[in-house]
Ligand binder design. Structure first.
Ligand code: GDP
Length: 295
């Protein structure tokens, strides 16, 4: 595990050899390697700086355990810190006692939001939870059709009022429909833009205000890299998210966005998207992601 980082740490750990404590002076090279590893995994620069500072504090003064190579001990400190920052365990989707659980999907266009909406419904269906999907992206009429098609594919009803209706009204009526029909969870797909703009944020805020969701999930493309941090900050400040879905992890990205999203928002990543197919959604596990990030 962590072969790439371990290799790069080789020179650094020679400095730790023969010393019985990890100290500020003997750890600097190793910290530089961690910094390099995280940056090459596309973790946001500020997040990297904060993380490395935390690792330095944790590692300093740690006794070098007999029989354990100090570099391995150091990697364990880094790994444990990564897992801890990303939340340690998987945090499942909320489920309220009085149905329906209301889930609002947010994110930029092209991140995989509509796909994730259907993926989530299929995932919940497998847990015997019934769903209703709500199509509020009236700006891209193909988005409504896309959701309807996905709904048919997984046998989940889709509520829509066409492309001329007001998105806030669609969301309101969609939730009302969910209550009438007694479904367990209603998932509202929303419009995304290529870049954050105030109209989109305003509309999202109004939908949120109207339907009072139990979950507001930010869908983040894991290929976004460095930008994932700014994106998350803006959405969290303006809308308030309760979690995230990281998509396109089937690509070759090392997934540093996971660390950025968690660190910036303090909210858990709940799922990861690992392919275009509607089955390609998995719960997020911090330990697996830590291994992937460290490479
Ligand atoms: P939206 O604009 O955010 O609603 O994005 P879409 O759901 O339409 O997805 C945009 C593109 O990304 C589509 O071609 C999807 O098939 C693709 N996509 C979505 N999620 C994933 C994923 O986890 N992995 C891969 N490889 N492609 C994905």
């Amino acid at each position: 595990m962590f072969d790439a980082l371990a290799e790069r740490l080789e020179d650094a750990w020679k400095k730790l050899r023969g010393q019985d404590k990890i100290s500020q002076s003997n750890i600097q090279e190793a910290l530089k390697e961690v910094r390099r590893a995280l940056l090459s995994a596309d973790v946001n620069l500020q997040v990297v700086k904060d993380f490395v500072a935390d690792v330095e504090t944790k590692a300093q003064g740690a006794e070098v355990l007999s029989g354990v190579r100090p570099d391995q001990q150091f990697i364990k400190i880094v790994y444990d810190e990564l897992v801890q920052v990303m939340g340690e365990t998987n945090i499942p989707l909320a489920q309220v006692d009085t149905a329906p659980t209301i889930v609002l999907m947010a994110g930029l266009q092209g991140t995989g939001k509509t796909t994730a909406t259907a993926k989530l419904a299929l995932h919940l269906q497998k847990q015997n939870r019934t769903c209703l999907l709500v199509a509020t992206d009236v700006y891209r009429p193909a988005a409504i059709d896309q959701l309807v098609t996905l709904g048919q594919q997984i046998n989940v009803p889709v509520f829509e009022l066409g492309a001329d209706a007001d998105p806030v009204e669609i969301a309101r009526q969609g939730v009302a429909r969910a209550k009438e029909t007694g479904v367990d969870t209603v998932i509202i797909d929303t419009a995304g833009r290529l870049q954050i703009d105030q109209d989109m944020m305003g509309e999202l805020a109004r939908i949120k205000q109207t339907v009072q969701p139990h979950e507001t999930l930010l869908v983040v493309d894991s290929m976004t890299g460095q930008e994932a941090a700014n994106l998350t900050r803006t959405f969290h400040d303006q809308i308030g998210i309760t979690g995230a879905i990281l998509t396109k992890l089937d690509g070759d990205t090392r997934g540093g966005a996971a660390l950025s999203v968690r660190r910036v928002s303090g909210q858990p990543i709940k799922f990861v998207g690992v392919g275009e197919k509607v089955e390609a959604l998995q719960p997020f596990y911090p330990d697996r992601m830590a291994s992937r990030i460290l490479g």
